[in-house]
Write a protein that binds this ligand. Structure first.
Ligand code: OAD
Length: 286
């Protein structure tokens, strides 16, 4: 494992990434409807752990318990301290993270009209923080809450999340304390007074319809589909690279590891996204 990582790092320092960067620049210049599709790997170099693989989040927190409503309800009843520890760890890593060159370059490309926007599975808000405006958030956004009655959404100030994370750590709350913290954080809907919850999609839940429709349209209209940092294992999002390919797009993948997308890709860039995209910061717009 260590050897493999060393080899990867050595490759990253090699001149080859430049060649891939030049090829991607040429492809972008030639394209008219490019779209980026991102996953947890784009935020790995911002300090947010990915889900799968060694040291992935699901290694420590099995998704059948921590990423679906039934599992979370069971845990909440049986081991509220574990829910509190999970929430405070995840929130802390989201709050500490800042965009890396991949988020920044994608935002710059959108502003320059080189890509239409970003379809992301991430809930970390880093594309928006970097300046991307057309972000299609398939799995929601951890900084937003959604009303369970009328569906209206509101982005809450980061300080509210910070405060909750501190309280989770400080107070090690009981079941009732945990419930009170969560309810205080989400508060009532301004429009209808309904209860609200964090606007993130858990396993077994549907994707937000508008976001999905937009992602589907973008993927089927794209001529270049840039897939960055996703294992492409979670459906329905994982269908998008194939949809784009079958609709005529050239698929380009940036990921140090092969994935199911690799076989569809006209170009596979085998480098970590942050360090690869930093090459474009030095070069300016394609
Ligand atoms: P995964 O954790 O499944 O995959 C992360 C991918 O990023 C892997 O293919 C890694 O090889 C790659 N990777 C790691 N470091 C990288 C780097 N520095 N640069 C580029 N790539 C890197 O994450 P996702 O594919 O995003 O859903 O997972 C999809 C969904 O599964 C998530 O949105 C989440 C999860 O369960 C829900 O919670 C509903």
């Amino acid at each position: 494992m260590y050897e493999a990582r060393e080899r990867r790092d050595a490759m990253t320092k090699d001149i080859f990434p430049e060649r891939y960067a030049r090829e991607l620049e040429d492809l972008l210049r030639a394209s008219e409807r490019a779209v980026a599709f991102t996953g947890a790997g784009v935020s790995e170099e911002s300090g947010i752990p990915t889900f799968r693989g060694q040291e992935g989040l699901w290694d420590r927190y099995p998704p059948y318990l921590y990423a679906n409503l039934g599992g979370l309800a069971l845990l909440f009843l049986a081991r509220p301290s574990r829910v509190a520890a999970f929430a405070s760890n995840v929130i802390a890593s989201l709050l500490d993270a800042v965009p890396n060159p991949c988020h920044e370059v994608l935002a710059g490309w959108e502003a320059a009209g080189r890509i239409r926007g970003v379809i992301t599975q991430n809930v970390d808000d880093l594309h928006a923080v970097a300046g991307s405006r057309n972000v299609c958030e398939l799995h929601g956004n951890a900084f937003r809450v959604r009303c369970l009655r009328c569906g209206s959404k509101e982005k809450l100030p980061r300080e509210r999340l910070q405060e909750m994370s501190w309280q989770l750590r400080r107070e090690k709350p009981s079941r009732t304390g945990l419930l009170r913290l969560l309810l205080d954080y989400a508060s009532r809907c301004r429009d209808c007074g309904g209860r609200r919850r964090p606007d993130v999609v858990l396993f077994g839940e549907g994707l937000p319809a508008e976001e999905w429709d937009r992602a589907f349209r973008w993927a089927s209209q794209a001529d270049l589909f840039l897939v960055v940092g996703t294992s492409a294992l979670v459906y329905p999002a994982a269908v998008l690279p194939r949809l784009a390919r079958e609709s005529g797009a050239l698929v380009v993948e940036v990921n140090p590891e092969p994935t199911p997308v690799t076989a569809l890709a006209g170009l596979h860039v085998p480098f970590p996204a942050g360090s690869f995209f930093s090459l474009f910061c030095a070069r300016g717009d394609p």
